[in-house]
Design a protein around this ligand. Structure first.
Ligand SMILES: [Zn+2]
Length: 80
C-alpha cells in the first residue's frame, strides 16, 4: 500500500505544480512554428496554452525544468 500512496502523492504534486514543468504548446495557425510562437510570447510577456491546458508566460530559460508528462503523452498521441 505504501507504494500506491507514494504514487498518488507524486501525481498530485506534478499536476498542482505545473509552473515548474516545461510544457509543449501547439503552433497557432498564424505563426511560423511553435518555437517561434513561444519566443514571441516570451519577448512580449504573452500567455501560452500548453497541450495539457496549462497556461503560462514563457520564462527565459525553460530547459531547466523536466518536461510535462501530460503534454508529452498528448504530443505522442498526435504524432502517432
Ligand atoms: Zn503540460
Amino acid at each position: 500500500m505504501t507504494d500506491t500512496l507514494e504514487a498518488l502523492d507524486f501525481d498530485l504534486m506534478t499536476t498542482q505544480d505545473t509552473s515548474k514543468l516545461t510544457h509543449i504548446t501547439d503552433c497557432p495557425d498564424d505563426k511560423e512554428s511553435a518555437q517561434a510562437w513561444v519566443d514571441e510570447a516570451r519577448a512580449n510577456g504573452l500567455e501560452v496554452t500548453a497541450l495539457c491546458g496549462h497556461v503560462w508566460i514563457p520564462e527565459s530559460d525553460p530547459i531547466k525544468h523536466p518536461v510535462c508528462q501530460t503534454c508529452l503523452d498528448i504530443a505522442q498521441i498526435r504524432l502517432a
